[in-house]
Design a protein around this ligand. Structure first.
Ligand code: ASP
Length: 342
């Protein structure tokens, strides 16, 4: 049997934290210490390599340039490894996973993001299982082909499509879900893959995109939202696109002052996208009167995309310097399983 190789990319997060004895505060440890904490890695039967961010960061400090940094590391090592595990804080893992899925065009190897709720050195840590199983999944090949040739998130016995995940719990070990898409695998005694849910193997070379435009905003609606506040937010200089998180199947207030603020922004060239605040389900613009005006002003529907996927897809597409028409067309078109077809 071929011995598979996996590159571990350590960006930071709780998984590699240790408690500073002086202050008690959690601080990042380096990768060698991480490997010391998990001696099982020696026995896993996978050849491991590692790269770490010079200064590991809490995922709340991840920026688009850091997504690109991870994408570049994968690109630079692509031919030498069979799979990749990205160790990352759970807080913004869904954003990084979504961004990587867009940045790594033509990806044909597993990229598995994982982290933990408790630091790896603590007694009840969830880090060891997450790390070991993520490596197994990244190294899983069948008949010479990777079983999961896409960007995925592994957490607490479940593997999810990366760009479908949301972090749903701040404390539970089961911190993630992908409400609009089935799990790619479940890990019990065996790792059971749902082969039908996994993206088909792509052919052709990997293209690592490095252009990301962060001139994007998110505006969460709430009952009583003031039109002048909306107008003010949308007047941010240079703003290119805004994800409006709306009620239910994509609805919002019908108040004319509110709608005027949105219309003025679209007239200034700000691209508006309608994504639901609901954890699951899809936007269906026009189903209720309360989303009719959104249709009329040309707001794009994110359909069943997560907000994380919608934001990162916009940043990615804006980074490609597309024309407005192409940008709209590409946003609606599924790129790597981030939105349901039809
Ligand atoms: N605050 C941490 C982070 O996201 C939490 C975690 O690692 O899960 O980096």
């Amino acid at each position: 049997m071929t011995q598979r190789s996996v590159l571990i990319i350590y960006t930071g997060g709780t998984i590699g934290m240790w408690a500073d004895p002086r202050t008690g505060a959690l601080r990042p440890m380096d990768l060698e210490h991480l490997e010391e904490q998990v001696p099982e890695l020696e026995r896993i039967g996978v050849k491991l390599g590692s790269v770490a961010f010079e200064t590991p960061i809490d995922s709340s400090d991840m920026r688009p340039v850091d997504w690109v940094r991870v994408a570049r590391i994968i690109g630079d090592h692509y031919d030498r490894y069979d799979g990749f595990v990205v160790l990352h804080g759970s807080d913004t893992m869904a954003y990084t996973a979504s961004a990587l899925s867009f940045l790594l065009e033509g990806l044909a190897k597993p990229v598995v993001l994982t982290g933990s709720q408790l630091p790896i050195g603590t007694i009840r840590t969830d880090a060891k299982e997450n790390l070991i199983t993520a490596i197994e999944i990244a190294a899983a090949y069948e008949n010479g082909r990777p079983i999961v040739p896409e960007v995925a998130v592994y957490f607490e016995y479940s593997l999810y499509r990366g760009n479908r995940t949301v972090k749903v719990h701040a404390e539970r070990f089961e911190a993630f879900r992908s409400p609009n898409y089935p799990r790619l695998a479940e890990a019990g005694v065996h790792i059971r893959y749902d082969h039908n849910a996994v993206l088909p193997l792509r052919t052709g070379p990997l293209t690592v995109h490095t252009g990301v435009d962060d001139r994007v905003g998110v505006l969460r609606l709430f009952p009583g939202i003031r039109p002048d506040w909306v107008r003010h937010a949308l007047a941010t200089p240079d703003l290119r696109a805004v994800v409006l998180t709306t009620f239910g199947s994509g609805n919002g207030p019908t108040d004319e002052a509110f709608l005027d603020a949105l219309r003025d922004a679209t007239e200034r060239g700000v691209l508006l996208v309608n994504a639901t605040q609901c954890v699951g389900g899809s936007v269906e613009q026009g189903r209720y009167q309360t989303s009719r005006a959104f249709v009329d002003m040309g707001m794009l529907s994110a359909r069943d995309m997560t907000v994380e996927a919608a934001v990162t897809k916009l940043m990615f597409l804006l980074g490609q310097g597309l024309s407005d028409d192409l940008m709209r067309e590409r946003f609606l078109r599924p790129m790597c399983g981030e939105v349901s077809v039809g």
